[in-house]
Design a protein around this ligand. Structure first.
Ligand code: ITT
Length: 200
C-alpha cells in the first residue's frame, strides 16, 4: 500500500520521511501535476482534510493512503497569531524567513524579547473509503533573534520546553522525539497499519 504525501513543504517531507523510515513515502508531486489547493478551513484539522481529500480524489489507484499535515505556531501573547495562517503570516507567497521576521517584529511591537508559544500539527489520513485526523503539540517559547541553521520555518526562534537552544540549534533527533508532527504521526501510525492489514 502506497503512502502518498499531500504536501509541497520540503521541511515536512524530510521530517515525515525520517519518522516513517520503514515505509515507502511518495510525495504527491511525483504522481500528479502541480495542483492549487485552497486551504480555507477554520482550523488545522479542516485544512489537513482539504489537502488530503484533494490529492486522494486525483489518485488513479486503489491501494493507497494519502497523508497530509497542516501545522503552525501559536503565540498567545500575540492574540494567538499566526496559528493556521503561519505559512502566510507575512502575506501571500511569503517565504519562511519573511514569516519568522514578521513574528519577531510583532514581539518587538509588544516590547517582548520572548513569549510562550506552541506548535500544532493536524495529520490527516484519507483513503477511498475512510478519513482520520490526529493532532500533536509541542510547547516552548519564541525569542526575538534567529539562532541556528537546522530545521525549517519558525525553528530558529523556537526553544522547546526544558531546553535552552532553538530547534534550529539542537540535534534533529531532539525535534524528532518532541515534535507536534512526530506526536500526530505516532497516533496515525496504528491506523495505517490497520488499513494495511485489512487490505492484505
Ligand atoms: P503544505 O500545505 O504543502 O503542506 P505549507 O508550508 O503551506 O505546506 P502549512 O499550510 O501547514 O504548510 O503551513 C505550515 C507553516 O507553519 C509552515 O510554512 C511553517 O512556517 C510552519 N511550521 C509548521 N511546522 C513547523 C515546524 O515543525 N517547524 C517550523 N515551522 C513549522
Amino acid at each position: 500500500m502506497k503512502i502518498i504525501l499531500a504536501t509541497s513543504n520540503r521541511g515536512k517531507i524530510r521530517e515525515i520521511t525520517e519518522i516513517f523510515a520503514q515505509d515507502e513515502i511518495i510525495p504527491f508531486s511525483d504522481l500528479l501535476r502541480d495542483m492549487e489547493i485552497v486551504e480555507d478551513g477554520e482550523d488545522f484539522a479542516a485544512n489537513a482534510l482539504i489537502k488530503a481529500r484533494a490529492v486522494a480524489k486525483r489518485v488513479d489507484d486503489d491501494d493507497f493512503v494519502v497523508l497530509s499535515d497542516d501545522s503552525g505556531i501559536t503565540v498567545p501573547a500575540l492574540n494567538n497569531e499566526p496559528g493556521i495562517f503561519s505559512a502566510r503570516y507575512a502575506g501571500a507567497g511569503a517565504k519562511d524567513i519573511d514569516n519568522l521576521n514578521k513574528l519577531i517584529k510583532e514581539l518587538e511591537k509588544k516590547g517582548l524579547t520572548e513569549a510562550p508559544a506552541f506548535y500544532t500539527a493536524a495529520v490527516a489520513v484519507v483513503t477511498k473509503e475512510a478519513e482520520y485526523v490526529a493532532h500533536g503539540w509541542m510547547h516552548g517559547k519564541v525569542i526575538d533573534r534567529a539562532r541556528g541553521g537546522g530545521g525549517f520555518g519558525y525553528d530558529p526562534i523556537f526553544i522547546p520546553k526544558g531546553y535552552d537552544k532553538t530547534l534550529a540549534e539542537l540535534d534533529p533527533t531532539v525535534k524528532r522525539r518532541l515534535s507536534h508532527r512526530s506526536k500526530a504521526l505516532g497516533l496515525v501510525r496504528p491506523i495505517i497499519e490497520l488499513l494495511r492489514s485489512s487490505d492484505a
